[in-house]
Write a protein that binds this ligand. Structure first.
Ligand SMILES: [Zn+2]
Length: 138
C-alpha cells in the first residue's frame, strides 16, 4: 500500500491541473517501511514527450537520476512516478506499462475538465505485461 502525505498530494494535484489538458509527470520521494510506502515529497518534472502531450508523457532519464539524487540527499528514496490522465480514467495503459519499471509505484491522476476526479496506484510486474492495483490513500 502507498500513502501520500497532504503536502505532496497537493503538489501533485496542482501540477496535474496546471498542465491540463496535457499530461503531467513527476517523481514521488518517500520511505518504505515494512512494505508500506509513504510519499513525503512530490517533485514535478517536465513532460519531455515531443508529440501531443494530451495522452502521453515521457520522463528524461537525467531528470529521474536527479530526483533519485535529491531523494537520497533528504534521506528518502525515489519510490514512484506519478502522471495525469486528462479527461480519462486513472487506468494503466499499454504505453504506461511499456514505459514502466517494476520497482516503482505508478500513481495516475484522472483530471476531468481541469479538476481532480480520482486516482489509482499501479504496480507493474517484472515482465511489464500487467500492473496490479495498489491500495492508495491520500
Ligand atoms: Zn498514462
Amino acid at each position: 500500500m502507498i500513502r501520500i502525505e497532504p503536502e505532496p498530494w497537493a503538489v501533485m494535484v496542482a501540477h496535474a491541473r496546471r498542465t491540463y489538458p496535457n499530461e503531467c509527470c513527476g517523481a514521488m520521494l518517500g520511505a518504505i517501511d515494512d512494505g508500506a510506502k509513504t510519499v513525503r515529497e512530490a517533485m514535478p518534472l517536465e513532460n519531455a514527450f515531443t508529440g501531443a502531450q494530451a495522452a502521453r508523457y515521457e520522463l528524461r532519464p537525467e531528470d529521474l537520476l536527479a530526483a533519485d539524487k535529491a531523494a537520497r540527499e533528504r534521506n528518502l528514496d525515489l519510490i514512484g512516478i506519478y502522471h495525469s490522465h486528462p479527461d480519462c480514467d486513472a487506468y494503466f495503459s499499454t504505453t504506461d506499462l511499456r514505459n514502466s519499471c517494476p520497482w516503482y509505484s505508478f500513481v495516475v491522476l484522472s483530471i476531468r475538465k481541469g479538476e481532480f476526479d480520482h486516482a489509482n496506484s499501479w504496480l507493474p510486474n517484472m515482465d511489464q505485461t500487467e500492473a496490479a492495483k495498489e491500495e492508495l490513500s491520500y
